[in-house]
Ligand binder design. Structure first.
Ligand SMILES: Nc1nc2c(c(=O)[nH]1)N(C=O)[C@@H](CNc1ccc(C(=O)N[C@@H](CCC(=O)O)C(=O)O)cc1)CN2
Ligand SMILES: Nc1nc2c(ncn2[C@@H]2O[C@H](COP(=O)(O)OP(=O)(O)OP(=O)(O)O)[C@@H](O)[C@H]2O)c(=O)[nH]1
Ligand SMILES: [Mg+2]
Length: 428
């Protein structure tokens, strides 16, 4: 009989750390715990134990925990060793575990993959968990936690149930229709399908969850010497870019990601735009790069003559404290990047603007994969809405249901799971 291998890994941060948690999951987790700790602790209670290897040598004095399956994070028997977080301690305990029969090191994401395989979490929750582990800003954390906690999954289940209900209605009509005259679907039925499709379209139009990882992209542009790099440095709160009174200082595109008020931003500094830079080949390349950044931007901060920036750019009259500088009446922001005056106002305006373009806190957001599946479901429902033959309508409804099943992982392929869980770190 081939048994599921029992896996182990350090599940907390890399050593040296205060405490290193080593998790063991699988049918031999209990054996592993009693082999090292010399006894079985009471379930779900922390207790102190001397950990010893096979020769009886003392490895560490650690807190140990025993979670008998299946009501555990992985759905399997689960043991935890909360060791002192030194490199050698972790290595010694891991070596003692590796020496036990039927135990091996976990692959990246393998604990979570088992949680999925054992039905503890679905695919959308697993993806949320992956995002939670990589969340760097408050907004990312909140959105990931919502999905990890099943917010999206529950929504998809609701849609799936509605489609099942609609399918049952079609089956009913089919049962009562005889060969010659095909039965008609009631009018409210078509209306219900359209309403559901509209709801999906509304979700599809929302900002995607990847937007949280990329951040809101703000490009600073304008003529040379306008103060772009100085403002860039003020926004990213570091001397990332060289500034100088010499026009044409910045050539390369410089980008930095920072969170402001928990909202992720990527700020991009660019070469000053001018027509007569042809003589300097390097500056000309810099200007080309700056122009392509303008296209990618979510928002352009234009530091230059009024009305000359791209459409929708926010105009900034920087260097307000410079002698002789008169802020243009239409400029939206007047600030001094050197004294910091007005920069706070600009930042809060940026946060407001970015919040509109990013997923709302507490609102479940879709990633690219989920978006693709939901699009399939919406298309199937829209297809169903145009058909009158109940047989064909039933087929479209089945397509919609399959798309939902794929979204939450009721229907999956190994490749897809490898890709998803391979992104996780070891120990999760
Ligand atoms: N030490 C430790 N901390 C951790 C984890 C862990 O595995 N170990 N987690 C790992 O991801 C996260 C917590 N997630 C968990 C999810 C489910 C269960 C669990 O045992 N669930 C059972 C029983 C719930 C209960 O006690 O009420 C269940 O749902 O049936 C445990 C942790 C974060 N912190
Ligand atoms: N007084 C004052 N001086 C500023 C302000 N912003 C920038 N400067 C000065 O203006 C000069 C040019 O600033 P930079 O930030 O290098 O200008 P830039 O737009 O990046 O210029 P290029 O990279 O050449 O395109 C520097 O000497 C800055 O110290 C400001 O808000 N107030
Ligand atoms: Mg510059």
């Amino acid at each position: 009989m081939s048994q599921t291998p029992t896996i182990f890994a350090l599940s907390s941060g890399a050593p040296p750390a205060g405490v290193g948690v080593i998790r063991v999951s699988g049918p031999r987790a209990g054996e592993a715990l009693s082999a090292l700790a010399g006894r079985m602790p009471a379930p779900r209670r922390a207790s102190l134990a001397k950990l010893r290897d096979g020769t009886g040598a003392l490895l560490d004095e650690a807190l140990v925990l025993w979670f008998p399956g299946p009501n555990t994070a992985t759905g399997e028997d689960l043991a935890e060793f909360h060791c002192h977080g030194g490199r050698a301690v972790i290595a010694a305990v891991e070596a003692a575990l590796a020496a036990l029969p039927g135990l091996r090191r976990a692959e990246p994401g393998e604990f979570t993959r088992r949680a999925f395989a054992n039905g503890r979490i679905d695919l959308a929750e697993a993806e949320g968990l992956g995002d939670l582990l990589s969340a760097e800003t408050e907004l990312q954390r909140a959105a990931a936690l919502a999905n990890a906690g099943g917010a999206l999954s529950r929504q998809v289940e609701t849609w799936r149930d509605k489609v099942l209900g609609l399918s049952a209605e079609v089956e009913g009509v089919l049962d009562f229709s005889d060969e010659e005259d095909s039965a008609d679907l009631p009018e409210c039925f078509t209306w219900n399908i359209a309403a559901l499709a509209d709801e999906l379209r509304e979700w599809l139009a929302r900002p995607r969850s990847e937007r949280l990882g990329e951040g809101f992209r703000v490009v600073l542009a304008g003529p040379p010497n306008a103060g772009k790099s100085t403002l860039f440095n003020a926004l990213v709160e570091s001397e990332a870019a060289i500034t100088s009174p010499i026009a044409g200082t910045t050539r390369d595109v410089i980008e930095r990601s920072v969170a402001i008020g928990g909202v992720p931003f990527t700020f991009v500094d660019t070469a000053g735009l001018r027509e007569d830079a042809k003589a300097d080949a390097i500056e000309a390349i810099g200007i080309d790069r700056a122009r392509s950044e303008l296209v990618r931007a979510d928002l352009v901060l234009w530091l230059g003559p009024e009305g000359e920036g791209p459409v929708d750019a926010w105009e900034i009259a920087a260097q307000a404290d410079r002698e002789g500088f008169v802020p243009k009446p239409s400029a939206r922001f007047t600030l001094s990047a050197t004294t910091g005056e007005g920069v706070g106002l600009l930042k809060s305006a940026l946060v407001d603007r970015a919040r509109d373009a990013l997923p709302k806190p507490g609102e479940a957001a879709l990633n690219a994969r989920q978006h693709a599946r939901l699009t399939e479901a919406a298309e199937a429902l829209e297809g169903a809405g145009t058909l009158s033959d109940p047989l064909l309508v039933a087929e479209e409804l089945r397509r919609a249901r399959l798309a939902f099943d794929r979204l939450i992982g009721r229907a999956t392929t190994e490749d897809m799971l490898d890709t998803l869980f391979g992104r996780f770190c070891i120990g999760k």
